[in-house]
Design a protein around this ligand. Structure first.
Ligand SMILES: Cc1cc2nc3c(=O)[nH]c(=O)nc-3n(C[C@H](O)[C@H](O)[C@H](O)COP(=O)(O)O)c2cc1C
Length: 331
């Protein structure tokens, strides 16, 4: 199998991978075939719901062919409202978030908090599939409390024509700690009807290869924190460097400046953008030889000027981990 045979997507990150991020990322890096919006909630209106009016979902600012809008809900009617409006906007698929592990979500039986309740899942999916006329995919974990929960849920998923099932093999109670359980993911493969996507702990070409070998013949992978830490990751996996003319350092620098300036434009120059940039840097610092030096420099900035100076300092003084593979193997 060569790189072109892999299908790579970027997982959604609430607060990071919004439309400006996705568009800037695509201008600077290659290798990602598909994107997902961070989850939407509160689709109360039948038409033109307020939160479906912004640029996050506006087809003028997004590629409807390669972007799948995601919803966090357990209400079939709300999911259908979302599906209808996404379809009107030109999207081809929606995704249901059954993976969010945060207690304020999961305790309300939303996100992965729904996984211990197979009857609710079945009723919800029955109602959705009675009416939905757009592709419908699910992103989930192995469970909320324990990793056996998925074994009860899979036969239910199999009753419905999901366009895709993305599994992140952790349980909700782990949040993002510990390791993704690739063994368990592998054991599930024969029991899944839907096109299957693996997500979790792909942080380098090496970890990608290790996981890929383990879970053959799965050839769809969702990248997450590994790509935020090393935006070259998809290019490295596919051996398709988008620009040979520039060094990786210059490409990374341009990307960070472009994203910052874009966010600044959107925020009308407000220092609010610092929060979002810092959140990205909490991953991106791992591209550098001294991540903690980088993080301390960026984290303490309070004004736009301080931030801009810190970024220049980092690119002038701290080396990338490597010109060839610049992601640390751990997150
Ligand atoms: C801050 C943060 C926000 C996230 N937001 C979302 C989200 O909106 N929807 C979703 O499906 N997953 C979300 N995720 C999960 C990631 O998309 C991904 O599944 C997770 O990081 C595991 O993949 P990784 O081990 O490759 O990072 C989020 C994760 C983090 C850390």
């Amino acid at each position: 199998m060569n790189g072109a045979d892999y299908h790579l997507s970027l997982g959604p990150f609430q607060g990071i991978t919004d439309a400006p991020f996705r568009n800037v990322f695509k201008r600077h890096f290659g290798g990602i075939d598909k994107f997902y919006t961070p989850f939407f909630t509160g689709i109360h209106k039948e038409d033109h719901a307020k939160n479906l009016q912004g640029e996050e979902i506006d087809p003028k600012c997004n590629d409807v062919e390669t972007l799948t809008p995601q919803i966090l809900s357990t209400d079939a009617e709300e999911i259908l409202r979302f599906a209808k409006q996404c379809k009107q906007l030109g999207y081809k698929e929606i995704n249901l978030n059954m993976g969010c592990p945060f207690p304020r979500v999961a305790n309300k039986k939303r996100g992965c908090g729904l996984l211990p309740y197979p009857d609710m899942v079945e009723t919800m999916l029955e109602r959705i599939f009675e009416k939905i006329d757009i592709k419908f995919s699910v992103k989930c974990r192995l469970g909320y409390f324990n990793p056996e929960e998925i074994e009860v849920i899979l036969p239910i998923f199999n009753k419905f024509p999901l366009s895709e099932l993305i599994i992140h093999p952790r349980i909700g109670k782990q949040l993002y700690k510990g390791e993704a359980d690739v063994e368990r993911f592998k054991a599930l493969i024969p029991y899944i009807n839907a096109p299957l996507v693996y997500n979790g702990d792909i942080v380098s070409k090496e970890s990608f290869e290790r996981i890929r070998m383990e879970i053959q013949p799965v050839n769809q992978f969702m990248l997450g924190r590994g790509l935020l830490a090393n935006p070259f990751l998809a290019e490295e996996i596919k051996d398709c460097r988008a620009s040979l003319a520039m060094t990786k350092t210059d490409r990374l620098h341009n990307y960070v400046l472009d994203l910052y300036n874009d966010r600044l434009r959107h925020a009308g120059g407000s220092p609010k953008v610092l929060g979002r940039m810092k959140e990205l840097w909490s991953y991106l610092m791992n591209s550098f030889e001294e991540p903690q030096v980088v993080w301390r420099k960026i984290k303490k900035t309070n004004t736009l000027k301080e931030y801009e100076d810190a970024v220049e300092y980092v690119f002038m003084n701290v080396l990338l981990s490597s010109e060839e593979s610049n992601s640390k193997n751990s997150l």
